[in-house]
Design a protein around this ligand. Structure first.
Ligand code: HEM
Ligand code: HEM
Length: 183
């Protein structure tokens, strides 16, 4: 059965490219708002905004792909409570990725700031200037990143448990990034 081989290559590539970019975004976001990296602040901001815009599109495509290709069935050995926890953690991760990318985009564009990558691609601002909205989105952005980090932490702990302790094949559903045997 196809489900036994875990997620398909498209879902795996979405997962690992998103994971890598999200880690870089968290690092850049923290560094660019701290004094320690003042000398490369502008570069970090340009990177954060441009990569964030790419992530915004990537996350929406990923959610759309997930809706047309449901998750493969879990191994029978995984207890129902763990399945439910995993399911809701995944839903919240998707939701937080949408909130993070949307709030970041609106915070910048409604604040009247440029997103250099989108300017270079001649993509116009999709939200009118509105300082109040930008300020609220800034709070949402800063607040949501704590929740995102907490859920990522729980997610990595669970994945490590399956990979190194339970050794029940759950980790191989998503690793490696290309599905062995194709498809
Ligand atoms: C998953 C995607 C994203 C992650 C994980 C992320 C993460 C972060 C983090 C950790 C900070 C520092 C928060 C703090 O000051 O305490 C930050 C700030 C910021 N981010 Fe993001 N971000 C994401 C997407 C975006 C996007 C798409 C944009 C804009 C296109 C953006 C624009 C900003 C800006 C302008 C700040 C400075 C804080 C402010 O002025 O509101 N971010 N981000
Ligand atoms: C920014 C970091 C990450 C995010 C946002 C993230 C997000 C997600 C999401 C949303 C899913 C659910 C896939 C679906 O059913 O549609 C998933 C699955 C998975 N992730 Fe991550 N992930 C991250 C990092 C990691 C890391 C570092 C590992 C390994 C240590 C990992 C291992 C897995 C595994 C094994 C699955 C499959 C779970 C299952 O069989 O249902 N993830 N991830």
């Amino acid at each position: 059965m196809a489900g036994d081989r875990g997620y398909g290559t498209v879902a795996r590539l979405f997962h690992w490219v998103t994971a890598l970019l999200v880690f870089l975004m968290i690092f850049a976001g923290i560094a660019m708002t701290s004094e320690g990296f003042r000398d490369i602040r502008d570069e970090l901001f340009i990177f954060h905004k441009g990569t964030g815009a790419i992530l915004l599109v990537l996350v929406l495509l990923r959610v759309a792909w997930r809706l047309v290709r449901p998750a493969p069935p879990m191994p029978d050995s995984v207890p129902p409570v763990q399945r439910r926890l995993a399911h809701w953690n995944h839903v919240l991760l998707y939701l937080l990725l949408v909130v993070m990318t949307m709030s970041g985009y609106v915070r910048v564009v409604a604040g009247g700031f440029p997103i250099e990558l989108l300017d270079a691609l001649a993509i116009p601002p999709l939200v009118p200037e509105n300082t109040d909205l930008a300020n609220r989105m800034s709070v949402l952005h800063k607040f949501s990143v704590y929740a995102l980090m907490a859920f990522i932490g729980a997610h990595i702990a669970a994945a490590s448990y399956h990979a190194f302790i339970a050794k029940d094949g759950v980790a191989r559903r998503m690793w490696p990034p290309i599905r062995p045997g194709g498809g």
